[in-house]
Write a protein that binds this ligand. Structure first.
Ligand code: ANZ
Ligand code: ZN
Length: 849
């Protein structure tokens, strides 16, 4: 028999599947649908192992569901707008479109080498005008719904990339996620999407998602950040203004000893006295360059100064000072807080530093107020020093204070979300232009539908300075106003690429429609996505934005579903063996290290060896192409699936890759041996014990593998079951029995979603003309699973003396008789008096003597 040669069979079948459109989604209305989706890649140029793992996982699901009789939609595309293309243009002078297109072609070829059952007829690239025409059209849907608006706002400005960054693109140290530059604050007119209008639904509907990891749902809930409390007003002494605050602890309002405004608050200059003016202005200047994170860092001293102004606490009738401080954020709540140092840690710290009075109004149940508080008491308790509310439990006090405030006209109940509106403007070229024309008389006018797409002009220069090249291209910029015809100017901002990826899964359902973003029937037919697979790094933003889009489009009548992704799997990371010099902190490439005695080649110091997420800077990456070349796609797939459950991290291990290659070779030999050497004899009327045992092994494999896939996609245990089945077949004696043939065919079919090329080749070698991937998934035969004999353990005084084979359905009495009459019992009992017999059906009989 010939050798297993993946280099020969893999390209052959890939070509065949492509030519026969084997993976085009069926639209047969009689089949249930299954929409399997991988997060689409950014076309950086090369696939990495993380991509490979992601797509292989989704592919097994797609192939398996198809065998189960589903019509499967399994598409792929490119998240193709974004900074790297533009940076490459600046560095190398290549146009972003060209750079992107080249990368797409290269990565597409690599994807095809993996044997993924993708429907390429639905391929999308977000940078193509056929796609972004609809991104722009959707923007206008938001605009018409009042969900897209412009606002002057302090933004995160990246001084290197010369662009605005979303809050999420600024890391914990206030640096740009991409350029690493220290982010500055700058005032600019920006476009926003009103995601806050959907905050409540985005939070509540997480409950509709039992198929999502709890961790992801928690991250989303925290991001939305719902707080329940009150809005209370403090009149400014000597003015008509009132300072409104948001508080989660209205029950502490009698303990308010000052109020604090964010320095940027519009009331700041109004309440500031002449004596404090200079100091206040200097302070505002200082704070303006601090990032939000710096301002709120817990371990940092809270800085602030008095404005000289005073306000009235309407509850106590006391006059209290108004201060400004950096820890109060203008963008959250009302941008002002009531200071309760006795019961809030930040306020305690601030009051202590600034010699502000501390007034206790809550004590733990059964305790007296302390002489001097050492730290803030932040729990609930009994209200004191609180007028008519004294003695009340503070939990009930919250409600009572809100009611009282409402009656007096001092405030009301309020729910506050941490979520902010989504800043979508980017001062960049390589994105979808925002389809708006600014007219001096009409304001922001939408580009009429028939003029979409607003195409990116090609004749621009990429200098890397001064923001977007679009602002410099007069011929593109100047257009007549669509409404009044007078000279007007195009919006030069492009959209955040997260917008492109917030609806690509909808476009796949009708990817080639030139007239609509997607047809309503088609989108409703395929949506929601049944299984989404991707990295945990998208747990918050991409998923939240996609959920938001889905809800807005539902409310616009464009589709029916509430949630886009029914089930979500966040696959674990692929980690590589990493060598690091613990003294210098330097990572050492593995080629330079002797694995048996890892030492720094430069200094001779011993290295630490561990697994870490693969990355270029750590020299611990494994290039997928090298693995494909050496072993083929099927081995790479098998290793990835076998090595760890999909949601867990995976440690790359070449010995285990080798192991999977050997396993596939065994399958190859087993099946080709069968084809060449064993002709199957007539069907016997009754199966021998051999045959029955083998049949049980076959159907146990069918049952276990189906369960592994059906439950939580436990591919690793499914592969173990496949190995067991392979062993059972190679050890079987009845190689000319029809049962053996059944087993060989079952092995090929069960292995098909995992190793699609090898199984296709073997399936054809077995004499079949159709594809193994079009076969029906197997059902276990309950009759084959029944065991007709079990091994019964015989014990004397609890000590195991041996086992005997007995019918599986024997009764207690029969079991006892079989045991008594067995040679083992005869030998050990040897006439002794049996005091008691313990029978555990299915397991053992114990004689107590
Ligand atoms: C008085 C008070 C007393 C507060 C107390 C807490 C404990 P979350 O849960 O995050 O919503 N706060 C309100 N707006 C703020 C802003 N713009 N910048 C900084 N802090 C702000 O927290 C709400 C609490 O954070 C509010 O309740 C307010 O302090 C503060 F014993 O009011 B609290
Ligand atoms: Zn006009």
């Amino acid at each position: 028999a010939s050798q297993y040669n993946p280099a020969e069979i893999e390209p052959k079948w890939q070509q065949c599947w492509l030519e026969t459109n084997a993976d085009t989604a069926s639209e047969d209305p009689n089949r249930p649908k299954f929409y399997a989706l991988s997060m689409f890649p950014y076309p950086s140029g090369n696939l990495h192992m993380g991509h490979v793992r992601n797509y292989v996982i989704t592919d097994v699901m797609a192939r398996w569901r198809k065998m189960q009789g589903y019509r499967v939609l399994h598409p792929m595309g490119w998240d193709a707008f974004g900074l790297p293309a533009e940076n490459a243009a600046i560095d190398r002078g290549s146009h972003p479109a060209q750079w992107t297109e080249q990368n797409i072609q290269q990565m597409k070829k690599q994807l095809q080498q993996l044997g993924l059952s993708l429907d390429w007829s639905r391929e999308v690239a977000t940078c193509s005008p056929d796609y972004y025409k609809w991104t722009q059209w959707l923007f206008l849907q938001f605009f018409q719904a009042g969900l897209a608006y412009q606002k002057e706002s302090a933004v995160n400005w990246d001084p290197i990339d010369q662009t605005v960054l979303a809050n999420e693109q600024v890391d914990g140290e206030g640096k740009s996620w991409r350029s690493g530059a220290k982010v500055e604050r700058k005032l600019l007119k920006q476009w926003f999407f009103k995601i806050t209008e959907y905050a409540e639904e985005l939070l509540n509907d997480l409950e509709q998602l039992p198929g999502w990891p709890d961790r992801v749902k928690l991250m989303q809930a925290n991001w939305i950040g719902k707080s329940v409390g009150a809005y209370l007003e403090f009149p400014v002494t000597g003015r008509d203004d009132k300072i409104g605050v948001f508080t989660t602890r209205p029950d502490t309002v009698y303990g308010v000893t000052y109020v604090v405004l964010a320095p940027e608050h519009p009331l700041t200059p109004k309440v500031t006295t002449a004596a404090q003016k200079e100091a206040v202005e200097a302070f505002i200047q200082e704070v303006s360059n601090e990032s939000e994170l710096e301002r709120t860092a817990e371990d940092k001293p809270k800085r602030g100064i008095p404005t000289g102004g005073k306000a009235l606490n309407p509850f106590t009738g006391e006059e209290i000072p108004i201060l400004i401080a950096d820890y109060v954020l203008y963008e959250y709540g009302t941008g002002a807080v009531m200071g309760v140092p006795a019961h809030d840690e930040r306020d305690f710290q601030f009051a202590t530093q600034n010699q502000l009075p501390i007034q206790q109004v809550i004590v733990p149940e059964g305790e007296k107020p302390s002489e001097k508080l050492e730290k803030a008491y932040t729990e609930s308790g009994i209200m004191i020093n609180s007028g008519q509310f004294d003695g009340m439990n503070s939990v009930e006090g919250k409600e009572a204070i809100i009611q009282y405030a409402e009656k007096q006209g001092w405030g009301k109940a309020r729910v506050q979300y941490r979520l902010r509106d989504w800043l979508i403007s980017r001062q960049r070229y390589w994105g979808a232009p925002i389809p708006i024309i600014h007219c001096p008389s009409c304001g922001a006018v939408p580009v009429p539908d028939e003029d979409l797409p607003v195409e990116l002009p090609e004749d621009v220069e990429f200098t890397g300075r001064g923001g977007s090249p679009l602002t410099q291209l007069e011929s593109w910029l100047n257009v007549p106003c669509p409404s009044c015809g007078e000279p007007a100017q195009r919006e030069t901002d492009t959209m955040d690429t997260f917008i492109d990826s917030s609806w690509y899964f909808l476009r796949y359902t009708d990817a080639n429609n030139p007239k609509e973003a997607f047809n309503k029937e088609k989108v409703n037919d395929w949506m929601p996505v049944d299984q989404y697979v991707g990295g945990i790094e998208h747990a918050i933003l991409h998923l939240l934005y996609s959920r938001f889009f889905t809800k807005v489009l539902r409310d616009r009548g464009l589709l029916n579903c509430d949630e886009p992704f029914k089930r979500l799997l966040t696959q674990g990371m692929v980690q590589g063996m990493t060598y690091k010099n613990p003294n210098t902190g330097k990572y050492i490439p593995s080629e330079e290290v002797n694995p048996d005695d890892p030492k720094d080649p430069n200094t001779g110091e011993p290295l630490s060896v561990f697994y870490e997420k693969m990355s270029k800077s750590k020299y611990n990456g494994v290039d997928p192409l090298e693995v494909l070349e050496k072993y083929g796609a099927d081995t790479a797939r098998m290793f990835i699936l076998f090595k760890a459950p999909p949601e867990k991290d995976l440690e790359w291990d070449s010995a285990d890759v080798e192991g999977q290659f050997r396993f596939l070779n065994k399958v190859w030999r087993l099946v080709t041996d069968f084809i060449h050497h064993h002709s199957v004899t007539e069907n016997p009327s009754e199966l021998s014990k051999e045959e029955k045992d083998l049949r049980r092994a076959i159907h146990t494999a069918i049952q276990s593998i189906s369960e592994d896939l059906e439950g939580d996609y436990q591919f690793n245990t499914a592969v173990s079951e496949l190995m067991k089945l392979n062993n059972a077949l190679s050890e079987a004696k009845c190689k000319t029995s029809p049962v053996y043939q059944e087993g060989i065919e079952a092995l090929v079919k069960l292995l098909a979603p995992f190793a699609p090329h090898l199984t296709e080749e073997l399936w054809h070698a077995l004499g079949n003309e159709d594809s193994v991937h079009q076969q029906n998934w197997l059902e276990p035969d309950p009759e084959a699973l029944t065991v007709d004999e079990i091994n019964l353990v015989i014990q004397i005084k609890g000590k195991t003396r041996g086992t005997i084979a007995v019918p599986a359905n024997a009764s207690r009495e029969e079991l006892e008789t079989y045991a008594r009459e067995s040679d083992i019992a005869q030998r050990y009992l040897d006439g002794k008096e049996v005091k008691k017999v313990i029978v555990v059906p299915g397991k053992l009989v114990n004689f107590v003597v």
